[in-house]
Design a protein around this ligand. Structure first.
Ligand code: AMP
Ligand code: MG
Length: 425
């Protein structure tokens, strides 16, 4: 019931009075319904966008700047600008907190966060919307994690209504687009992400909330968006709302009190950059130049169910890594690796798990464009052209060029030993 009685405000406005907040949040009746009664992608071009119609941004956020193709020499400049805007808007939605009355209502307001499906569904819808509005070239294809199946079931009406509110309020708050989603529009926008991807044409690849467990814990998570062109990842952006802007080496991924909210972006041949999610000049980043494993540290999943910590500890020992593992959730690990916060990324899911392309597409280009290498356990490049899943040998590893040969050797020896030990059981 929180959605109907509650208000959605950023943390900064939690203290605002309910009446003032209600006035500020009342949606404009003049906003256009979504989906529109005409084809979306061609009719809503940037030039014809109704985005300038809303007079002011709300709830304290500044309106995201209009998408402009930036740096010349980047063949994907327009797509990059749209991708950055898309994940930044989605990150705003993920930061929303609801205010609901204490009971009895006279006792004031308390804050309550909607559940993970609200945020991942909402994030996916916003990313899909921004891409459709801002990138006009070619047919729209999105390979994304969420679909509408659960939301179409009996009894899901309330959550659907809440997602609709969350998305619409985020759009009103930003003010870039004069659009209001209907519940049916929400369902069909989520299903925009059903593409199978593949080796030809262009496909956007999205994890709307990567690292849900970290998100729920208040730890690391990422909104991860990549573009495949003819089967290759050509662009990737990672919005990491809880990642400190400064290095997390020695902090185990938690905030060291510095500003948090990092946006990594990479385009093929153009390098990797990081900037604040709240606006700052982008800075080029590179992976670390450590060549002695004794000085290296490694990132791995926080969740032992996602990666075999016994195997990674054996690899680290063989390699001569002395530092303890840095365990953080999501593709924030790739971002941290790309800017040299650590030297190695290890991921070895338990037997039978099939990796999805949205869990690695953006992260891998963020690392490779920063000068790193990302491969499977056999040293093969990751192949994102096979559909929604990655076909790969055993696990995923990433590091700099200097450390990769010895890392691969240690990985293969440790895997072999583990296989022999299990066959003896
Ligand atoms: P990480 O935070 O690096 O552990 O990765 C988070 C991602 O792991 C999630 O977005 C899921 O898609 C994925 N995941 C979910 N279940 C598993 C599993 N059993 N093994 C490996 N990865 C998983
Ligand atoms: Mg994921």
């Amino acid at each position: 019931m929180g959605a109907r009685v509650g208000l959605v405000v950023p943390h900064a406005l939690l203290a605002a009075s309910s009446a003032a907040a209600s006035r500020a949040l009342a949606p404009s009746r003049a906003r256009l319904p979504y989906p529109p009664p005409f084809p979306a992608s061609s009719s809503f071009s940037t030039a014809a966008s109704p985005s300038r119609l809303l007079s002011r941004p709300r709830r304290g956020f500044q309106r995201l700047p209009p998408v402009r193709a930036m740096a010349s020499g980047n063949p994907y400049a327009a797509e990059l600008a749209a991708a950055k805007k898309a994940v930044t808007l989605a990150a705003r939605l993920c930061k929303v907190t609801r205010l609901v009355p204490f009971s009895p209502p006279s006792c004031g307001l308390r804050s309550e966060r909607p559940s993970a499906p609200h945020f991942s569904g909402g994030s996916q819808i916003l990313v899909s919307l921004v891409l459709k509005m801002e990138v006009s070239s070619g047919p729209f294809s999105l390979v994304a994690e969420e679909d509408s199946e659960e939301l179409r079931k009996d009894g899901a009406g309330e959550i659907l209504e809440e997602i609709t509110d969350l998305v619409n309020e985020t759009l009103v708050d930003d003010g870039s687009y004069n659009i209001s989603f209907t519940k049916e529009g929400i369902l069909s926008a989520i299903d925009d992400g059903k593409s199978e991807g593949g080796p030809s044409g262009r496909h956007w690849v999205l994890d709307p909330i990567d690292g849900t467990k970290g998100f729920l814990r208040g730890d690391q998570y990422a909104i991860a968006l990549a573009l495949l062109d003819e089967g290759k990842v050509v662009l990737g952006v990672l919005a990491c709302p809880n990642l400190p802007l400064s290095s997390i080496s020695n902090t185990n991924g938690s905030s060291s009190g510095d500003q948090v909210g990092a946006l990594f972006s990479a385009t093929i041949g153009c390098g990797t950059e990081v900037e604040s999610l709240y606006g700052s000049p982008a800075q080029k980043v590179t992976v670390c130049s450590i060549d002695n494993p004794v000085d290296a540290s490694f990132f791995e999943s926080y969740e032992s169910a996602h990666s075999m910590h016994d195997l990674t500890s054996s690899i680290a020992e063989k390699l001569g890594v002395l530092a303890p593992p840095v365990r953080i959730d999501s593709q924030a690990k790739y971002g941290a690796l790309a800017r040299g916060d650590g030297a190695i990324y290890l991921r070895f899911p338990h037997k039978g798990y099939k990796e999805k392309i949205w869990d690695h597409a953006a992260g891998s280009i963020v690392v490779t464009e920063a000068g790193g290498i990302v491969t499977d356990a056999a040293g093969n490049d990751l192949d994102f052209s096979k559909g929604r899943f990655l076909e790969l040998d055993t696990g995923i590893i990433a590091t700099n060029k200097q450390l990769m040969p010895s890392l691969l050797k240690a990985v293969q020896q440790s895997i072999e030993e583990k296989k022999q030990a299990t066959s003896l059981l």
